[in-house]
Design a protein around this ligand. Structure first.
Ligand code: 147
Length: 640
């Protein structure tokens, strides 16, 4: 790709001057959270799970992330699911809740230098006084305690994702962190826009409490956008503290790669942002959920072990494998190719040893080959420069992170030809590499499928069961039944981030068509339990999903409801059957054969209806509201 200089092309001279000024580079990260997006990774077969983690975190292998932002689970939906809180009820803390600390441990095992950043989207409903309360501060300190106990050293802590700020709360948080022994945890504010740093200009206590200003989607576009301009305001640039693009992305793992690299280079050139966090880390979610191809990779098929490494991984690698947090941007070596954004952009960073440097050149907006001359000065190494390239506009594995050439400067200078649609990393460092693990073929989850939950440890999440609202965790079975059951353990409505819905959880293959799903249910309070079937496309918020629900209450009131991803729903039939009561076990089933839907309680048919709207989809369990009902013996048997 890079080769001999082309004639009559745009030419740019980049000054890699080690004595030039520039801000400190804080690292490139991604976000596991906001939310539910890493859920299925936990249930991957060990070999593929390890390969996926290597592609994300192992140095010299793939994305080689320098930071990882973790959702502080709040039992409510945060985009693609609901992440469990460590404290569903006040005072009962389970530091092993969910999968974020596990993921962080896996990341740290591969890269001990990775830095962690915690942020809440939702919070449990026992918190009194709303999110901006002392209860929340104490709750976040409990979460930090869990992180520490779980071997996950947290360096950065945010407030409330995309819900603005309360300056006094951040001031109180700083004091409380210091008093609790977390004086070294840096506060990021406010994971929304630049209003917080604007306010800090006239609020010195707030300014002193905050260490980093993190804004979201400040490279324009966001969902589907182009990252053609990145912006921070004058107050932000004048503040002096680091400015971070603390969330950006929401782009398909392949088509989003040009915008990803531009957000990193233009984030510094335009907005002086010194960090970038991609949303999300990975789409380890069922393919019928929103954003199922958005992230650095996809892994939505835990039963087959199939995964896919996106161009976003290689765009990220072109920065992370060639830099370290703590390096300095060189302003002299950063700008627009040929002075115009239509040719592309470049940034240069120097190592803390003041000798190594890396220049990143992206040509994703260019339409022709160009020449780039790099002049090395100011004490930087004039030794051999290594050139690595990835085709971002037409991505393929074979054109990702390729070591294309080595160049020896002459009098500290050399010229390269760069092609349109690429990112190049030109570096004096070595040690880069590209993983070779390959995914197995994807396949459907075979029926019959069943789970008694009896081999699951208390407090864990059951295999493949993916919470959309509330939290479904394994607990000892109630009311005289031996063994383990699944229980909805969010007892009151959480402090939500996305809209409310009933608590529910999904499982299985969206391609399942004719089957009978059966589950034992035990109501722990008066109310209604739900068995879901043929669950297909979900849109936002989570209650907007194509599916059928069979609902039965403690009094025996039942209904079969058809629910659409548009949010509307139709009751297909309703009546009264066996009362489920409370504290007793009953069995619900829902059978699908072509357009015939059969609902049963305790083996007796309650109703058969005919409906042709949804012909395939997953199963699910739920409660209408937040009762702490139990479920057991989930079975899905194939129809004909
Ligand atoms: C983000 C949320 O923080 C994520 O949890 C996830 O829901 C993501 C999905 O795109 O959305 O919020 C955004 C806020 C602003 C923009 C995009 C996403 N924006 O301005 O384009």
């Amino acid at each position: 790709t890079a080769g001999a200089p082309a004639s009559a092309a745009t030419s740019t001279t980049i000054s890699a001057n080690g004595s030039s000024g520039g801000r400190t580079f804080d690292g490139i990260g991604a976000i596991s959270g906001g939310g539910g997006n890493s859920r299925l990774l936990k249930d991957y077969p060990a070999a593929q799970q390890s390969q996926i983690l290597d592609y994300l975190f192992k140095p010299g292998y793939g994305a080689d992330l320098q930071m990882l932002k973790l959702e502080i689970g709040g039992d409510a939906n945060s985009t693609d699911g609901s992440e469990p809180s460590i404290e569903h009820t006040r005072g009962v803390v389970n530091c092993n809740a969910g999968y974020e600390f596990w993921l962080a441990q896996q990341a740290k095992a591969r890269n001990p230098n990775i830095a962690f950043y915690g942020l809440a989207w939702a919070a449990p409903g026992w918190i009194s006084g709303g999110f901006w309360s002392t209860d929340t501060i104490n709750y976040l300190i409990s979460w930090l305690g869990c992180a520490k106990a779980d071997g996950v050293p947290v360096s950065y802590l945010g407030g409330w994702n995309e819900r603005g700020f309360n300056a006094d709360w951040y001031i109180n948080l700083r004091t409380a962190l210091n008093n609790a022994g977390y004086g070294d945890v840096k506060i990021v504010a406010d994971d929304s826009g630049w209003d917080a740093v604007d306010a800090a200009a006239s609020n010195s206590a707030f300014n002193n409490a905050v260490s980093i200003w993190g804004a979201h989607y400040s490279c324009n576009g966001g969902d589907g956008g182009n990252a053609d301009t990145c912006s921070s305001d004058a107050a932000a640039k004048a503040n002096g503290k680091p400015l971070w693009d603390s969330e950006q992305g929401s782009q398909d793992m392949n088509t989003g790669a040009p915008a990803l690299i531009r957000a990193i280079t233009r984030g510094y050139i335009d907005a002086k942002m010194t960090s970038y966090f991609n949303w999300p880390l990975i789409a380890a979610i069922y393919p019928n959920l929103p954003y199922s191809t958005v992230g650095l990779m996809t892994a939505g098929s835990p039963w087959s072990g199939a995964y896919s490494v996106g161009a976003n991984t290689w765009a990220t690698a072109q920065v992370t494998q060639f830099t370290q947090p703590g390096w300095k941007f060189l302003d002299s070596g950063s700008g627009y190719l040929g002075g115009s954004e239509s040719n592309g952009t470049y940034v240069t960073l120097k190592s803390t040893n003041n000798s190594d440097y890396t220049t990143i050149v992206e040509t994703t907006t260019a339409s022709a080959a160009q020449n780039v001359t790099i002049n090395v000065s100011g004490g930087l190494s004039t030794g051999t420069a290594h050139v690595w390239a990835t085709n971002l506009n037409n991505p393929s594995t074979g054109a990702s992170l390729i070591h294309t050439q080595d160049v020896t400067p002459s009098n500290g200078s050399y010229t390269l030809s760069v092609q349109p649609g690429y990112v190049y990393s030109i570096t004096t460092t070595t040690g880069q590499g590209k993983g070779t693990a390959t995914s197995p073929a994807s396949g459907a989850l075979a029926l019959p499928y069943s789970d008694t939950f009896d081999s699951d440890a208390t407090n864990t999440e059951a295999k493949y069961l993916s919470d959309m609202q509330g939290s479904f965790e394994v607990r000892p079975c109630a009311n005289g039944r031996s063994g383990q059951c699944v229980q909805q353990v969010t007892p009151v409505i959480p402090i939500e981030w996305q809209n409310d819905s009933d608590a529910f959880s999904l499982l299985g293959d969206p391609t399942w068509s004719n089957y009978t799903v059966k589950v034992d249910v035990n109501l722990q309070q008066a109310g209604t339990a739900e068995l879901l079937g043929r669950a297909g496309t979900q849109s936002r918020p989570q209650g907007n999903q194509n599916l059928y629900k069979f609902r039965v209450s403690n009094t025996g009131a039942w209904s079969i409801v058809k629910n659409y991803s548009s949010g509307s729903s139709t009751t297909l039939a309703s009546g009264t059957t066996t009362a489920l009561g409370t504290g007793t076990w009953h069995t619900l089933s829902l059978g699908f054969q072509g357009t015939t839907i059969t609902a049963m309680v305790d083996g007796n048919t309650v109703k058969t209806v005919t409906d042709s709207t949804f012909l395939s989809g997953q199963v699910g369990i739920g409660v209408v509201g937040y009762q702490t009902d139990q479920f057991d013996n989930l079975t899905i048997t194939p129809g004909t």
